[in-house]
Design a protein. Sequence first.
Length: 119
Amino acid sequence: MRMKLIAGAFLAGAMLAVSGCQTAKINPTAGGGGLQGRWLPAGGGYTANFDNGVFSTVAADTGNVISQGSYIAVSESRVELNWSSNITGLQNTATCDRPNPNTLNCTDGGGKGFVLTRT
């Protein structure tokens, strides 16, 4: 009987310890994803800006805003973009995998891939 009490107490303590552990949760709003700042595509031509949930791209040669929209960090390794082109007026989306804090490997709604690297 005493052995059952000890085992039960141990099990209860272990469950309490495990329930107290929490993994770090990423803030699903933009700034909490650690994305804030300037990012460059592999081929150049524009700068992608991430600022507290607002996503925009700016042409490298003219400084004109090419597109604007929003982003959300859905996890530490996944980001979703949603934007509208100021040139064509069309809307687009992209899902980006984040293998490390300075790289976004993205695929847009049409299946086109692009890579952004933090500057």
